[in-house]
Design a protein around this ligand. Sequence first.
Ligand code: ADP
Ligand code: ZN
Length: 295
Amino acid sequence: MYIGIEAGGTKFNCIIAEDPEHILAEKRIATTDPEQTIHETLQFIQQSAGSSHQKMTAIGIGSFGPLDLNPHSPNFGSITSTPKTAWKNFNIKHAFEDALQIPVIIDTDVNAAAYGEFLWGAGKGKRYVLYVTIGTGIGGGFVIDGIPYHGMLHPEMGHFYLPDSNAKVPFKGVCPYHSNCFEGLASGPALQARWGTEASLLPKDHPAWKEEAHTIALALCSYICILSPDILILGGGVMQQDQLFPLIRRKTVQLLNGYIQAENIVKNMDTYIVPPALGSKAGVLGSLALARSTV
Ligand code: ADP
Ligand code: ZN
């Protein structure tokens, strides 16, 4: 049995399972301060393990960040510069290692989701799997030949600058660091700030969605040009608006303007830009997948 924890800013999604078909227990725990949240998570793990008499082999954590993921750093496994002050410099990897004495594999929430999709979802059999979440924040994870990519720290795929796509209704963007980065312009909170309504309550035919699709397509053009992924998986709360998919596909092809002559773009857009096959469980199952990556 393995443990998967999707450690989010509002909730910890926990799963104990062998794989997605053999689940022992699942629980959602509200994210409060680190001590309380970790305590409740450990309680869930110990109770489930105790009552099932199963041995837990390893834990995978897909965490919100930014994170220190440098294995040579003394702070490996810490959350670093988060605005959630109680979690700043908290070492989430150590917390679980110390309590359970089993291997803990930590990565960003989006790398976990990308890895889960690579192993069990839409990215199965693909060499270059990109997963982007568009929710409270925007972030991306990239798996290359089955290995999550980190680079110098880890990518921050939501925080590159984009031009404001709407000249008629000027909007500065809500990112406290950059204003008009991708996250600043297209996250759930950005939609709310721009249109004055909680994103999930905007009607499907609201002009917001055409604008949103345009902004997302601009970002996808950069991902395609820079990373050349084999598949682009778009998850997160905002992407529950499934009318966005055809709009985004069309706009991305239009913006690439015939320059990239790959079959995926010329012919197979419907299977190139897709929702996660694991649905809203991509993050937690991806975390489980990380735990399994030890064996
Ligand atoms: P988080 O990013 O916090 O882990 P989500 O991916 O669910 O969680 O994203 C939450 C954000 O997505 C909120 O800003 C919310 O407004 C937006 N959202 C959630 N559901 C929908 C929906 N059905 N349609 C549009 N936006 C949504
Ligand atoms: Zn930003």
